[in-house]
Structures are given as structure tokens and as C-alpha cells.
Design a protein around this ligand. Structure first.
Ligand SMILES: [Cu+2]
Length: 312
């Protein structure tokens, strides 16, 4: 290859890399705000994939466009192109590049998912580090489960039960025995949700948190994450679960630890009332309008201490 060709190709590759990097940065703006610690990691992985995808896409399409425009055979030339079978260097290069790419993407994805599972408040990390470095170690080393238990007590996770049914979300705070139709979470604390379904498969999905988990009937599934940005977000069902599936939504409020505690206390002092439920409401409103099609009758609205704002 001529020096000039190599320089041209090198310049093009650098320009392509810069455009791809820019595209990767753009991908952050395609999503809702990053409201959980997990969302920052997921978005970084997505940005990385967008950059790689852009590089490959522009490289392939650019080559095709260049060939179509500038490398055409002359009108009556029906001869073969150059015969390049048996080019070992070429075969090694086009095997090695995809191999390195796939292994790299897999390793990076694994690293992100690994970090998501251990993400917690900083105190947790300091706690365990202090624990490990304590000079007066007990004669009998605690087993791993015990030491993680003691950390959990020093830094309790916020435990909330999430009950799903056709078609309503219900949230239960076992510490205060409060039931709500709106999910309230303290910011910067590790949240541990126990997800259950009373009938069919539902999907717990908060786009702003980038967390999504299928809920399987007959099982309690634990989902952990850390909200980091105060505000009001939307919980949606990510698995089609029947007629009123689209109405199966709820608000998620992330607030400071103080106002969260205040809200919990206020809610605990309120009487149980029926929450507004869109599925149930629509079903009741048009009892005669459903001729010719069958539907499961929606579950009655959940009885809650806190029905939520802006829904009734
Ligand atoms: Cu559902």
C-alpha cells in the first residue's frame, strides 16, 4: 500500500472515530433523566455500544458509497475483479477484530452488571472496609453471611413489598404497615423491593431508573437499586398483561430522607380508602359496551393509606 493511501485511510478512521464518539455522547440525551445510580452505569454502556455501532455503520456504508460512486467498472468491462483468496493477513485481521470487539463488549457489560449488584451507599463500603482492617480481629472469624448481616443492620435497606395484579400496583411498607398506590422512595438509599404477582406475569419498569424486572406469579423476586435524583417518575408495566394493561401505571416519588419519613408518618395516620384505579373505573363505566369481546374483570381498587396525588 502506498504511503498516501495509508495516510488517507488513517485520517478517515480518526475522523470516523471522532464522529462515533460524538454520537455516543449524544445517546445520553435520548433517555429520561438519570434518576438512579444504576442508570448512570447503564447509559455509559449504551453510549459505548452506540459509538461502536456508529463506527461500524459509517465504515461499511461509507465504503459502499465510495465504491458505487468512484470505483465503477467501465461500461463494457465484464472481466473479474482481483482474486484475493488465500490472503492470510486479511483473514487474520477480519477474524481478530470482531473477536476482540465481542470479547470487549462482553467484558464491559459484565463489569457494569457486576457493579450494579454491589452498588450501595458509601457508608456501606466504609463500614466493610473498617471491618476488614480492624486490628482486634475476633479469634473466631465470622462467616461471610454474618459479616454481611451486621453491615445490613448498620445500614438497613429500605424494604418495600410491591404487589401487582390485573391491573393495579400496590406498595406495602412493612416497617410502618402502610399501604399506598404511589411508590415513595428516599434518595441515596439502597432500595430492596419484594415483587409479587397475584395472577399473571407483570413487568416492573421505571424508565428513569433503567430498572426492569418481570414478576412471576407464585414467586417473590427481590429487586435492588439506589435512586439518586429527587422528583416524580412513572412506573409502567413492561409485560402485556391483558385488556387494561396500558392503564397499569403508578407514580414514583423520590424525595429526601426527611420528607420521606414525614410522608410515611402522615400516611400511617390515614384511614384506608380505595385508591383510584383506571382499569376498574373504565370497566365500571361501560358495563354494556363490551359485547363481543371478553375481558378479565379488573381487581377492585386496592385499599390504601395513601392514594397518591393527581390520580383521583
Ligand atoms: Cu400488568
Amino acid at each position: 500500500m502506498k504511503i498516501r493511501t495509508i495516510l488517507t485511510l488513517g485520517t478517515l478512521a480518526i475522523a470516523l472515530a471522532l464522529v462515533s464518539w460524538w454520537m455516543g455522547e449524544q445517546s445520553y440525551t435520548w433517555f429520561p433523566p438519570q434518576a438512579s445510580a444504576e442508570s448512570q452505569l447503564i447509559d455509559r454502556l449504551f453510549s459505548f455500544l452506540v459509538a461502536i455501532g456508529t463506527f461500524i455503520f459509517l465504515g461499511v456504508v461509507g465504503t459502499i458509497v465510495y465504491v458505487v460512486l468512484f470505483q465503477q467498472a467501465s461500461k463494457y468491462d465484464t472481466s473479474d475483479g482481483p482474486h484475493i483468496e488465500g490472503n492470510v493477513t486479511l483473514e487474520i485481521v477480519w477474524t481478530a477484530i470482531p473477536f476482540i470487539l465481542v470479547v470487549g463488549i462482553a467484558a464491559y457489560s459484565y463489569h457494569i452488571y457486576d457493579r450494579i449488584s454491589i452498588l450501595g451507599p458509601m457508608e456501606h463500603v466504609h463500614e466493610s472496609m473498617a471491618h476488614d482492617m480492624a486490628p482486634e480481629a475476633p479469634a473466631i472469624a465470622p462467616v461471610a453471611a454474618e459479616s454481611s448481616d451486621s453491615n445490613a443492620i448498620a445500614n438497613p435497606e429500605v424494604m418495600i413489598a410491591v404487589k401487582s395484579r390485573q391491573w393495579a400496583w400496590e406498595f406495602y411498607y412493612p416497617d410502618r404497615q402502610v399501604t399506598t398506590a404511589e411508590l415513595h422512595l428516599p434518595a441515596d438509599q439502597r432500595i430492596s423491593l419484594q415483587l409479587t404477582s397475584e395472577d399473571v406475569i407483570h413487568g416492573f419498569y421505571i424508565p428513569a431508573f433503567r430498572v426492569k424486572q418481570d414478576i412471576i406469579p407464585g414467586r417473590a423476586i427481590t429487586l435492588k437499586f439506589t435512586p439518586i435524583r429527587e422528583g416524580r417518575y412513572r412506573l409502567r408495566d413492561s409485560q402485556y398483561s391483558g385488556t387494561y394493561f396500558a392503564a397499569m401505571q403508578a407514580d414514583v416519588v423520590v424525595e429526601s430522607s426527611d420528607s420521606y419519613q414525614q410522608w410515611l408518618t402522615d400516611a400511617a395516620n390515614q384511614q384506608l380508602t380505595a385508591a383510584y384505579n383506571q382499569a376498574f373505573d373504565e370497566f365500571q363505566r361501560s358495563p354494556g359496551g363490551r359485547t363481543g369481546w371478553q375481558t378479565v374483570q379488573p381487581a377492585p381498587p386496592p385499599l390504601v393509606n395513601y392514594p397518591g396525588k393527581g390520580t383521583s
